[in-house]
Design a protein around this ligand. Structure first.
Ligand code: ADP
Ligand code: SF4
Length: 734
């Protein structure tokens, strides 16, 4: 289909400094965990976005020197020629698809853990890090020689970036990095020409930009990513105060070819990577839209806002908010988003659901994966392309039982590969447990996980969907007439309080009773009796806090009890922790951590503190534990108990079929596989990955077991760069 002319503006070229991007789609710098150490994964992941139409594709934060060492997190690095070799592959892949490659130059001052390099970062005032207060991190206060040395580090890194083939260098002036540490009054306690007035505190940032302009500015664009408001109050950066004044100041120096603007520093990263539970599309607009009027027509502005709709993008451009649409998550969820708009296939866009699982992977020091796009990060190591599917050489008929995330994904990929697929579910609609999830408070955007797959499945003529059918038994499956069977029957919340803490049910907790409920029962309308409700959360992600909020909104007095150290502990990885806590506080939801349930009777939940036994160890005696044990219990008034404790696989159908393996041949069933939560209940991204992988590897010798993937690591006996004893270029001023 032809592109809708109202979207033409998105495909106009934009010039910044010595470079011109072919359209207005900019993949903002975003973390992956791939860094410079996984060059294949990094290059093919970024290259896929260029292929999908993103005109500029940036790296993640890229450390410029071992003094700014982020380990155990994984950034890109431009420390030495080895990094140049590895990042050159990224640039080549991006250039192969006519896009520009950008690298974000990053020096983190006091917040550099330096657990690999063991060096000491320099900073404005020699203060402890507030980002990692528990790690005993301090910067070394920089004198003017140090400042010149750091600026020289930026220049050396930019020259390496040029060697690698990058088209632009973006100075990170965000996320509490060194330029911001000089700029913010709370960090900068200097009394020399780098401290005091805004102009003085801005000097370091401006000098870095000026030095880069001078060193590479005629060949590479020199840009910055700046937060106009750190969203955390006094002595930080506030929009109508120092945020905009700094933009004026830097702009007047003429050293910045393009501004990428955002909000929220490292502590409030969740305001930059705003999750859909707390922030809707273009939530940053009030904080960033004034930058354009300061920098004028000749200097482009990039604005982000989890844009997935071309209409929202056009509105942002036409309103004068920005010239370029920046995106991290929408480009992860759908690397082909620009192409789909260009080709008039807007309904095919795999819209980001704003779950922040991608960020959570990096925050767990792991590798980026995406809930919506199971191919992200698998382009190189498994050879997966998000839009291309190898046609099946000999397509057979496949019955998929269960249309939750795993079943939908598997049926869709099998369908795209040419198999004849019947997707059957006893529920009247697609989505499985995710239909409930999308109705939790704040989770409406999660519904995109279902709607994207529904649209794709409906387009496939070789896929039939049979919904609202009787639950299938092993007899039904064997007699169905399919060559192969995939079981995707999901999981359910434990009805007896079984959870990870003690791996046993909670005495008296039985969801058959009126006073005990599971999330499914609440979502299907079971009445919540009484006023005082306890949510027992052993899951630690969004379901516990969602149930608490839902019931608080109904006027219940809610207490959330968890065995973990924090409420919704996983949300520290998704950057939702601060706003989860604010929401609980605002809604009067009390919480108790490090406790678990001992027993329940209507009206009273009895808890125990996890660390109630003695700290000291005692001589081991037969029949005695090595600690002095305590029977101390805590009682909570509790009219209704909500069990968010653990999920239990719906594994019976697969087990029945397996037990009747001898009958498969008689019924001409060649194979039975299981995927998703009925195999092991995990987060939705894993269920989707499971379904996707099985469908991709359907003809392998043992499809239930994944094929090996490429592991990127040093193979022993091969040389390294640098070698021990190599010289490092001097950064100190002579
Ligand atoms: P996953 O996350 O693994 O995809 P879900 O729990 O979301 O799993 O979805 C499982 C789906 O399987 C549900 O929609 C449920 O109705 C369906 N289902 C479970 N058992 C059967 C069965 N025996 N016959 C048909 N559908 C089933
Ligand atoms: Fe969007 Fe979630 Fe994918 Fe991240 S993981 S890109 S937030 S859908």
């Amino acid at each position: 289909m032809a592109r809708n002319p109202k979207y033409d503006i998105l495909f106009e070229p934009v010039t910044f400094g010595p470079k011109t991007m072919r359209n207005r789609f900019w993949q903002s710098s975003h973390c992956t965990g791939y860094g410079s150490d996984r060059p294949g994964t990094q290059a093919r992941f970024r290259g896929m976005k260029a292929e999908g139409g993103w005109a500029v594709v940036c790296t993640e934060f890229c450390s410029i020197h071992p003094e700014s060492d982020e380990y155990p997190w994984h950034s890109a690095r431009l420390w030495d020629d080895g990094d140049v070799v590895n990042l050159r592959y990224l640039c080549d892949e991006v250039h192969r698809h006519r896009s520009l490659a950008g690298v974000q130059l990053w020096y983190n001052g006091m917040h550099s853990p330096c657990l690999e390099s063991r060096e000491v970062a320099r900073g404005p005032s020699g203060l402890p890090s507030n980002v990692f207060p528990e790690r005993c991190l301090y910067d070394a206060a920089a004198d003017e020689d140090d400042i010149r040395a750091i600026i020289h580090m930026y220049v050396l890194a930019a020259k390496r970036a040029e060697q690698a083939g990058f088209d632009l260098v973006e100075v990170s002036g965000a996320d509490s990095t060194l330029p911001m540490q000089f700029l913010e009054r709370r960090y900068n306690r200097r009394s020399d020409r780098y401290g005091g007035s805004l102009a003085n505190r801005a000097r370091f940032y401006v000098e870095v930009m000026a030095a880069l302009k001078q060193a590479v500015g005629d060949r590479l664009a020199v840009t910055t990513r700046f937060e106009t408001d750190t969203i955390n109050g006094e002595c930080r950066i506030q929009h109508f105060d120092e945020g905009l004044h700094f933009v004026e100041l830097m702009h007047s120096e003429g050293v910045c070819d393009l501004w990428a603007v955002k909000i929220g520093d490292y502590e409030e990263w969740g305001e930059d990577a705003g999750s859909s539970r707390f922030r809707k599309t273009n939530w940053m607009r009030p904080f960033v839209s004034h930058v354009k009027s300061i920098v004028g027509a000749s200097v482009p502005v990039v604005s982000n806002g989890r844009f997935t709709s071309p209409d929202d993008m056009v509105t942002a451009l036409r309103s004068g908010q920005c010239d370029v649409i920046g995106a991290a998550r929408p480009s992860i969820a759908d690397p082909f988003l620009p192409t789909k708009i260009a080709e008039g296939r807007v309904e095919d866009i795999r819209e980001c659901i704003g779950c922040n699982i991608c960020v959570s992977r990096m925050q767990q020091q792991a590798l980026l994966s995406c809930t919506q796009n199971p191919t992200s990060g698998e382009e190189y190591r498994r050879g997966w392309h998000p839009e291309h599917f190898e046609p099946a050489a000999d397509p057979c008929s496949v019955l998929v039982v269960g249309a939750g995330p795993a079943g939908m994904e598997c049926a869709m990929v099998l369908g795209k590969r040419g198999y004849t697929v019947h997707l059957r579910d006893c529920a009247p609609e697609l989505g499985g447990h995710w239909r409930d999830v999308a109705r939790y408070p704040r989770c409406a955007e999660y519904g995109r996980l279902i709607s994207y797959r529904q649209i794709q499945l409906e387009k496939l003529r070789n896929v039939e969907m049979h919904l609202g059918v009787p639950a299938m038994t092993a007899d039904d499956v064997l007699q169905y007439g399919a060559d192969k069977v995939v079981i995707a029957t999901g999981a359910h919340w434990a009805t007896d309080g079984l959870g990870a803490e003690v791996h046993r049910p909670v005495a008296g907790a039985d969801a058959e009773c009126a006073e005990v409920l599971t999330p499914e029962q609440i979502m299907s309308g079971k009445r919540v009796v009484g006023e005082k409700v306890v949510v027992l959360d052993g899951d630690g992600y969004f379901t516990g806090v969602a149930m608490a909020e839902l019931l608080a909104d109904q006027g219940k007095a809610v207490t959330l009890v968890t065995n973990m150290n924090m409420v919704a502990e996983f949300s520290k990885y998704t950057m939702e922790m601060p706003n989860n806590k604010r929401m609980l506080h605002e809604k009067g939801i009390r919480f108790l951590t490090n406790h678990w349930a001992h027993s329940f009777v209507p009206g009273r939940l009895r808890l125990f503190y996890l660390y109630r036994d003695s700290a000291g160890l005692y001589e081991v005696e037969p029949g005695r534990w090595g600690r002095r044990t305590s029977d101390e219990l805590v009682d909570l008034e509790c009219d209704a108990l909500v069990l968010v404790t653990a999920r239990v696989p719906n594994g019976a159908l697969y087990a029945d079929l397996k037990a009747r393996r001898a009958e498969w041949q008689r019924h001409e069933v060649q194979a039975v596989y299981r995927i998703g939560d009925c195999h092991a209940p995990r987060q939705a991204l894993n269920a989707i990955f499971d379904g996707h992988r099985l469908a991709r590897e359907f003809e392998s010798a043992h499809p239930q077991h994944p094929l090996p993937f490429i592991r990127e690591r040093q193979l022993w006996g091969h040389s390294t760069i640098p070698q021990r004893g190599d010289l490092r270029p001097a950064v100190e001023p002579v």
